[in-house]
Design a protein around this ligand. Structure first.
Ligand SMILES: NC(=O)c1ccc[n+]([C@@H]2O[C@H](COP(=O)([O-])OP(=O)(O)OC[C@H]3O[C@@H](n4cnc5c(N)ncnc54)[C@H](OP(=O)(O)O)[C@@H]3O)[C@@H](O)[C@H]2O)c1
Length: 335
């Protein structure tokens, strides 16, 4: 398969190349794409050198699949052009996620919504992906009424420049800033811009995307999203109220047997998920499972995953794998 990776020089794009290689996605030809400043740069993939090209050149090469991680405005402008040319686009930005004509997919949760007509498929927000992977089996069994989530998000979620800001601050070196405040030795209770209701866009993404992916508008979600100076992945404290009664050991077993979930929950031996351990892993790690003793049918847990992998690259490649396995790539155009 001819695969274009749009944003190939970025944090997510670099991870995308690594994941495509590791998972042996059948790439016969790679088309790395980035902004004008990177055109001509060399990228190594599976021991072969490829030159970075512009989006215009990439469309001309007619890839089968284009995986976009190049920001919302690039996706808004370019994804429809690829789709019109018959390319299946999997988009990591927020551009298409809440468009009712586009599918928002986490393969463990709702891959079955995909059809050959879906030419632009949205990859959800990183914090949302890791949460719904853990919520889905619990919702199926006990029906979720309400979720209260607070996040502790890695600087890698903001891209290359944020990682530079953290390390420049740590070394005492001046440099460009992507956050409005220092991030080293600090915690910033703002991710993305504020909306009219006082929530940030990131918080609204978690609220709205969860309902769309789970296919259930009745699930109430409230979120506080926070940036912290870590690298390995995002962490979430999640309080879940169910309609039905649950048994804690059954919850553990259910999660342990769910695709993409690893339970790390042995407090006697100080075992719980942490971003350092989740770094460069594909799974969603769940621990600190305990009852909320202040109200019935309510669970507290702690969810950690590498935002660049399951939160972005791995999820996108899993979508591509699903499409390939069901022969859903290119069909609508040929038909
Ligand atoms: N980081 C995460 O955890 C995460 C998770 C989920 C989704 N995402 C989304 O993925 C996207 C990329 O994030 P990132 O963290 O990888 O950012 P990043 O490190 O800043 O990388 C941005 C990439 O986009 C390319 N690019 C920028 N403008 C372009 C244009 N006009 N045409 C073609 N390519 C262009 C850049 O190329 P140059 O190197 O040439 O500038 C670079 O390859 C964003 O939409 C983000 O919201 C990120």
């Amino acid at each position: 398969m001819k695969v274009a990776v749009v944003g190939a020089t970025g944090l997510v794009g670099t991870k995308m190349l690594q994941v495509l290689d590791e998972r042996n996605f059948p790439v016969t030809e790679l088309i790395p794409v980035a902004s004008a400043k990177s055109v001509g740069k060399e990228i190594t993939f599976k021991g072969k050198q490829y030159k970075v090209v512009s989006v215009e050149d990439a469309i001309k090469q007619k890839p089968d699949v284009a995986i976009f991680s190049a920001g919302g405005s690039t996706s808004l402008q370019q994804a429809p052009l690829f789709a019109e040319a018959g390319v299946t686009v999997i988009d990591n930005s927020s551009a298409w996620r809440m468009d009712p004509t586009k599918k928002l997919v986490v393969p463990e949760v709702n891959a079955d919504v995909l059809t050959p007509e879906d030419k632009i498929i949205a990859n959800p927000n990183c914090s949302t992906i890791q949460m719904v992977v853990a919520l889905k089996p619990l919702h199926d069994k006990y029906k979720i009424k309400r979720v209260v989530v607070s996040t502790y998000q890695s600087v890698t979620g903001t891209g290359v420049k944020a990682v530079d800001q953290l390390f420049n601050e740590r070394k005492g070196v001046e440099g460009p800033k992507v956050y409005p405040y220092p991030i080293d030795l600090n915690v910033i209770p703002q991710i993305d811009v504020f909306t009219e209701n006082g929530y940030t866009k990131e918080e609204m993404k978690m609220i709205l995307e969860t309902k769309k992916i789970m296919g259930d508008d009745s699930i109430k979600v409230t979120a506080t999203t926070v940036r912290i100076p870590v690298m390995g992945g995002h962490s979430e404290s999640v309080n879940i109220e169910f309609l039905h009664e649950f048994d804690l050991s059954e919850v553990r077993e259910l999660l342990a047997n769910s695709p993409g979930v690893v339970v790390v929950d042995d407090v006697a031996n100080l075992k719980y998920p942490m971003p350092l351990d989740a770094h460069d892993k594909d799974e969603v790690f769940v621990g600190r499972l305990r009852r909320d003793e202040t109200q019935p049918n309510t669970l507290n847990c702690w969810i950690v995953s590498d935002n660049l992998r399951k939160g972005a690259a791995t999820n996108a490649v899993q979508i591509a794998e699903y499409l390939a396995s069901k022969n859903l790539i290119g069909q609508a155009v040929e038909a």
